[in-house]
Design a protein. Sequence first.
Lengths: 97, 97, 158, 158
Amino acid sequence: MEVRVRLFATLRQQAGWSQQPLTLPDGATLRDALAEIDRQYPALSIGTRTFYAAVNQEYAKGEQLLRDGDEVAIFPPVSGGGIDERMTRWQDDGTAG
Amino acid sequence: MEVRVRLFATLRQQAGWSQQPLTLPDGATLRDALAEIDRQYPALSIGTRTFYAAVNQEYAKGEQLLRDGDEVAIFPPVSGGGIDERMTRWQDDGTAG
Amino acid sequence: MSTKLFEVTATPLSLDDISRRVTRADCGAITTFAGIVRGETATAEGARGTDFLNYEAYGEMAESMMARIGDEVMAKWPAVKAVSILHRTGRLEIGEPSVLIAVATPHRGDGCFDACRYAIERLKAIVPIWKEENWSDGQVWVEGPRQPELAAEYGKTS
Amino acid sequence: MSTKLFEVTATPLSLDDISRRVTRADCGAITTFAGIVRGETATAEGARGTDFLNYEAYGEMAESMMARIGDEVMAKWPAVKAVSILHRTGRLEIGEPSVLIAVATPHRGDGCFDACRYAIERLKAIVPIWKEENWSDGQVWVEGPRQPELAAEYGKTS
């Protein structure tokens, strides 16, 4: 099956793309998809950073089963509203510390 | 001495005027002024209704001494803001119950 | 366009306008309160439709009392950088704002919500403005609740 | 003019506009919150001037999460008659609002202040929108605090 992966903010910038198709075996979970993304796009360093994942615009758990056509989004902690945010400095190595 | 009396809202409407000069003896207090207003304008029924008084745009106590040229205002409990007010029905006898 | 922070005016009120009046370079949060003319008012006889309202103010004293409320807010919430209070007079139609309050703070946790709420409560208590409610079959002056700290101290009825 | 209650938009935001979206005949109180682009931001190195901000949203999910916050507000404060949340995207200059929230209730004591505050806290926690801060000498993506209830449950880092 094939899902659509979407990236936002720092993750999009680090990867250099905002969406890509991803082929997965039937029965794959969100966790399987994330492992495959980590393998194909190591610059995202999603194994070591804090991020959130959503499936079809809902926050999702790692064990969630994916279906063909699902939209998988991964993104950093949200900072909408424009106020009171913790500042995260952009590092020279391209990761957000 | 002479002070200027100003009325607002129900009181203005009951009296039929919004400001009048009032002659008082030197040394008169706000309480003296109110007694004189009550005597000259009994339709205001200020002896039996709730009202507030201000001298020169400041809430004032009955014992406050008045000076020539002072502005004495008397008015009903305030209802600015337009919300949550207690309704006070206008009575047939011209007083607010 | 007026830039007064405390104003009684016959001109229709605008939240964008009052927001501009309190905008400061170091403030990331603005809370506002708008009192709106309701089309329905609960009375002892049940819900009653309002046609329009008429507001009368003791203008000079009202602006002075609004400025005092601003001072009280800044004293109670030292992080507050600006307060504005606008009240309209004259005829108001249903859905129009009669009063606007805006409070600006650097961050949303600096008391802007509590300060805004305090300001409208104080306005209702001490600012000399009155409302006349008009229906197709009559009108009534609306009086606020008696404020013991004012009525007990002032006036002949004390 | 849009009448959506929950909207992510590149168009400048207006408090008068959002106020109209929540105006109801039976509501006499509207509370709003505006998040404004500050000209100064505190950093570990001290105050730093901002040139402008750039907001990026996961638009479809953001509007869905905003609507969920509206549902939460109505469940917690049953007197609330309407909630609207608008968030802007793209380049914003200093002094411009990035987010607006409006809550309408019949009376000011019906929870409009608490509901508005709740909504902005929830927005900061769950609505997928990010801010890039730009200075003359660089830029930085601003990340929100890690939300344990999200991070523990979701994603590979759990």
